[in-house]
Design a protein around this ligand. Structure first.
Ligand SMILES: NC(=O)c1ccc[n+]([C@@H]2O[C@H](COP(=O)([O-])OP(=O)(O)OC[C@H]3O[C@@H](n4cnc5c(N)ncnc54)[C@H](OP(=O)(O)O)[C@@H]3O)[C@@H](O)[C@H]2O)c1
Length: 435
């Protein structure tokens, strides 16, 4: 058997401890499959004395994690610290700069600095892998970059954040409101103490930007992902969606068009109404799913646990096995110089059906004002439901409208016309129907 692949772990939290457990338990099988043993030689975290439920006494220790990349007994550094910048980025730069391999689960860092890191990897002939950064244990990066490599990918979309999916499916099954379910998700460990990145869609946007670059061969452009979270969704929206034959899911969706020789990349994270017979409607709880539509493969669906120590460690070690085998494609499937620049697509001409929810004052003329704005903007209404509070003049009334298919720009125009209207008690909520 060939030489051992010697690895260093930076970060010994949920994922780091999972990697230690996985290599210990499946070491023999992994060595057979990789063609060589994979062994940890050194580790780093903030607190050396902390009990992590795993034995780290046999590994070298570095207080300063960047020192891991300078060690002679390390071939690959595994970064499991997190954060888009700071120590994780410093470690990634020194690791690749010194020609060592980098495996990371850090979607924030790759979304913000992926091109720079991929360039460093190329310049120093070093491996860079990030399977665990997207959808936990699901081999979405490998599936897209290798399994579907023969296809032109038409569209990629999916459920990329387990916290949001847990909250939405709990709201759906219990009828409870957002804040209530979020509190429970935090108590159960499905949501962070500061849940902003998850519930406002930022985490899903990090992942979508990586998938889009890989799928379309475009330069990574996290800043261009149009992002809306789930914090404004009410139990009443879920009930209305259900009555119409839909469930609500936070979806990340990207496609790429060529117009007059210029590539336009559409990237959006937003809550969508998903028909109950669509495969993504059945994805509930903290599960993730990624759909890729290839021009020869057809629709490919990857589904599984989007987080957790076991699934995420499984993805990290899959990357290590690839490096041990010498299977090291460019991080975004193409050399960085071959990734095409793209302009953000203007969503105004995209044709969709939309769900619009208004909270309105309970007085005559309000519905006429809304429908007039729709008519003037060229939006055709398919159905409208009004949900009032009997004998309650003080609370706003919920009006839910579903439009016929039409350009998104028309809906935007109608909402602009209604801006500032005294009839509206809150900013309208818009969700597209996944077609
Ligand atoms: N958890 C998941 O299910 C999951 C899924 C997919 C991807 N990821 C990604 O995996 C990465 C790690 O996540 P995690 O959940 O394992 O995080 P975590 O449990 O918070 O662990 C982070 C580790 O990094 C160490 N650390 C933090 N700041 C440090 C510093 N300045 N210097 C040295 N060590 C430092 C901590 O040390 P101490 O332990 O000593 O405090 C801890 O061991 C993140 O990028 C995350 O986005 C996580």
């Amino acid at each position: 058997m060939a030489d051992t692949l010697r690895i260093a772990l930076a970060g010994l939290g949920t994922v780091g401890a999972g990697v230690i457990r996985l290599l210990a338990e499946n070491g023999t099988l992994i060595a057979q499959r990789a063609g060589r043993p994979i062994e940890i030689t050194a580790v780093s975290a903030r607190d050396r004395a902390k009990d992590r439920g795993v034995d780290i006494s046999g590994f070298g220790w570095e207080d300063d994690m960047t020192a891991l990349s300078a060690r002679d007994d390390v071939d690959v550094v595994v970064e499991l610290v997190g954060g888009s910048d700071g120590p994780a980025l410093a470690l990634a730069r020194t690791t690749l700069g010194s020609g060592k391999g980098l495996v990371t689960a850090n979607k924030a860092m790759v979304a913000h600095h992926g091109l720079e890191l991929a360039q460093l990897a190329e310049a120093n002939d070093a491996a860079m892998r990030y399977e665990a950064a997207v959808a936990g244990g699901i081999p979405a990066i490998k599936g897209l970059g290798e399994g579907a490599a023969a296809n032109r990918i038409e569209r990629i979309y999916g459920i990329l954040n387990g916290t949001c999916n847990y909250i939405l499916s709990e709201m759906e099954s219990t009828g409870r409101d957002f804040g209530d379910v979020l509190g429970e998700a935090q108590a159960l460990g499905y949501a962070e103490a500061d849940p902003t990145f998850d519930i406002e869609g930022v985490d899903a946007a990090h992942k979508l930007s990586l998938l889009a670059a890989l799928a379309f061969g475009t330069r990574l452009d996290f800043g261009a992902v149009a992002t809306t979270g789930i914090s404004r969704i009410r139990a009443a929206d879920i009930a209305q969606a259900r009555a119409l034959g839909y469930v609500i899911r936070l979806i990340g969706l990207a496609d790429c068009e060529k117009d007059n020789g210029e590539r336009h990349l559409f990237q959006r994270v937003a809550p969508y109404l998903v028909p109950t017979n669509h495969p993504l409607a059945g994805v509930s709880g903290p599960t993730n799913a990624v759909v890729a539509e290839g021009n020869f493969s057809g629709r490919l669906l990857f589904e599984g646990a989007g987080a957790g120590d076991g699934p995420t460690a499984s993805a990290v070690v899959a990357d290590l096995i690839d490096i041990a085998r010498g299977n090291v494609p460019p991080p975004f499937s193409l050399p960085v110089s071959a990734l095409e620049a793209s302009a953000p697509a203007d969503p105004g001409h995209r044709r969709n059906r939309a769900y619009l929810r208004f909270l309105v004052a309970d007085r005559p003329g309000v519905l006429a004002e809304i429908t007039a704005a729709m008519r003037d903007a060229g939006v055709s209404i398919e159905s409208m439901i009004q949900q009032g509070h009997p004998d309650d003049d003080d609370n706003p009334v919920l009006v839910a409208i579903v439009t016929h298919e039409g350009p998104e720009g028309a809906v935007d125009r109608a909402l602009t016309m209604l801006e500032g209207s005294e009839s509206l008690a809150d900013k309208p909520l818009v969700m597209r129907l996944l077609g």
